[in-house]
Design a protein around this ligand. Sequence first.
Ligand code: HEC
Ligand code: HEC
Length: 407
Amino acid sequence: MKRITLWSFASVLLIAAGCNEHKANEPKAAAPSKSESEAKTATTTATTFSDFPVPAKPEVTPALVEHGKEVYLKNCSSCHGDKGDGRGICSAFLLPQPRNFTSAQYRLRSTPTGSLPTDDDLFRAVSLGLAGTPMPPWKVMLNDSDRWAAVEYVKTFSPRFAKGETMKRIELGQAPARSEAAIAQGKTLYAKMSCATCHGEKGQGDGPSALTLKDNDGNKIAARDFSKPSGFKAGYATKEIVRGFLTGFNGTPMPSFESSLSKEDAWKLAYYVETLVKTPPATVTRESQNFLHREQLGAPDVKVKLTERAWQFDPNEIHVKKGQIVEVTFEPTDNGLGVGHGFAISSYDESAFMNGAMVGVPKTVKFRADHAGRFIFYCSTQCSTDKLHPLMNGTLIVDDEIKTASR
Ligand code: HEC
Ligand code: HEC
C-alpha cells in the first residue's frame, strides 16, 4: 500500500519533470529560466513569476472546491499532506520541505511582507513551481481549470483566506538605466543594508549568519547563493529580484526592504546582485570525468543521443557490437532535484560514467564496448533519493560478433 503511494507519487514527479519550454520575452534581463541551468547565456530569458499569464479565474463554487480537492489528493497530497500540513508521505525525502498550507506563509507574492498572496500569485506559483526546489511546475501536467481548482482548495487549509484580508499589490516602479554608476550604487547599498550578513560578501550564501538561519517551522534554510541563477525560486530575472526584496519571503529570514529602500535603489541593488552570478563560458561543454581516456579512443563507431524525459532514459535500450567505440551524448529535459542527471553503466562504470548533465548542458562519454553481454545503465547522479527514481535505468546490449563495424 505504502509502496503504491510512493509509486504514484513518483509518476507525478516523472511527468512533472519535463518543463523547459520557456521562451524569451524580455531581451534585456540576463536571465536563464528557473528550469534551465546557469550555463545558458545571458541572451535567453523566460517567463518568470510576475509575467506568467493568468487566465480568468472561474467562479468559486462548492463544485470547484470539490474538484480542487480531487486534484489535490491526486497530485499534491503526497508532498503537502492530506491535511495541507506539509507532512505528506514523501515529505521526509524533500528539501526544502513542502509548504505547510495551514500557516499560510507564502514565499512568492506580489503583496507586502506578512500578507497573504493574491489568487494570481498562487496560480503562478503552482503553474511555474519553485525553481531549485522539488515543487513541480504544474502547468505541464494540469490544465488551467485544474490549477485554479487546486489553488482554491489549498486556500481552504488556512482560515485567513476566508476572512477576506485586503490585498495590496507592491508596485516595482520604473527601472533606472543599468549603468556602471547604478551598479556601483547597488554595491554600496548591498553593504549598507547588511545583505552580506546572510548572503556573504560575494553573495554565495555564506555570510556570518548563514549557518544559523531557520524558517518559521524550525527547518534550516540557506540564504540564496547569487552565483547560481537556477536557485532563484521565482525564476532569474531582475524584476523578480526587485520584487523579492520589496515583498520579502514570508516564513523565512529573508526580510522585506520595502520601507527602507526606494524603488530606484531596489533596482540598482538588483543590478549589483546580478553581477555576482557565475556563468560558465557558453562555448565550453563540460568534459566527462574520464576525458583523458576518451581522447585516446578516436572517432566513435556508434553515436547515441540519449535524453531523459520524466525521469526515464530515452532510449532505454542501447544496442552495440563488441569492440565498437561508443559515444553517448546525454542531455536531460529537466535538472532532477537541481543537480542534473547522470549516466553510468554497471560493469563499464570505469570507462562510462558521467554526472550532472543538465538541460542545455549535455555531457558526452566515449568508451570501448570490450565485453559482451547485457548491462544495466543507470543515473549516477543523486537526482532524487533512490526510492523516487527507480525507473531511471536501461539496458546496454553488447553483441558478441566477430564481424564488427568498419574500423
Ligand atoms: C514533489 C513534492 C511536491 C508536490 C507533488 C507538490 N508540491 Fe507544492 N511545494 C513543494 C515544496 C518542496 C514546496 C516548498 C518550496 C520552497 O519552500 O521553496 C512547495 C510549495 C508550494 C506552494 C507555496 C508557494 C510559495 O510561494 O510559498 C504552493 C502554493 C504549492 N506548493 C502548491 C502545490 C500544489 C497545488 C500541488 C499539486 C498540484 C503541489 N504543490 C504539489 C513540493 C511539492
Ligand atoms: C537575515 C538573513 C537575510 C538578510 C539580511 C537578507 N537575506 Fe536575502 N535571503 C535570505 C534567505 C534565508 C533567503 C532564501 C529564502 C527562501 O529560500 O525561501 C533569501 C533570498 C534572497 C533572494 C532570492 C530570491 C529568489 O527568487 O529566490 C534574493 C535576491 C535576496 N535574498 C537578496 C537579498 C538582498 C539584496 C539583501 C539585502 C538588501 C538580503 N537578501 C538580505 C536571508 C537574508
